[in-house]
Design a protein around this ligand. Sequence first.
Ligand SMILES: Cc1cc2nc3c(=O)[nH]c(=O)nc-3n(C[C@H](O)[C@H](O)[C@H](O)COP(=O)(O)O)c2cc1C
Length: 148
Amino acid sequence: MAKIQILIGSVYGAAEQVAEIAAETLRDEGHEVSLNTYARAEDLVRDTNEVLLLCHSNTGSGELPDNIQPIYLHITRDYPRIAGKRYGVINLADSSYSTFNEAGRLLDAAFADLGAVRIGEPLIIDACVGDDADAMTREWISQWAQQL
Ligand SMILES: Cc1cc2nc3c(=O)[nH]c(=O)nc-3n(C[C@H](O)[C@H](O)[C@H](O)COP(=O)(O)O)c2cc1C
């Protein structure tokens, strides 16, 4: 069973709710899960065996929510030693924006640039087409966890 830290970035709470559903499903499957709404630099490297799950929305014009922005700045300015670190991605976005999921792609690329290893394809939940966030998350997270 895996140890998983979910890093949350949310403005109005939708991504936080998705993170809670993901956590509940993972715990039901026997994983050890912590939720982090205000992740800071040290949280990325607090446990070498821990898998990270980035669960955040997009805001502004393709920007990250304020509560996960410090992680992006830390990665792109300080180059922490996260090579080999396993992570997954859940993005909440809206395809009516020309900046559809731009922040999601930026943070994912920042992790990959430092050699972190993404597990599976990102789950992109599109508010514009009325995606059922709860159902999509439950289905995706089980498949994701099987790849750990
Ligand atoms: C002011 C505002 C700006 C947004 N900007 C973007 C954007 O640039 N790109 C995108 O894909 N989605 C964008 N969205 C859509 C949100 O990411 C989506 O509604 C998400 O479900 C919000 O989750 P949250 O409540 O966790 O913040 C925006 C939403 C709002 C309200």
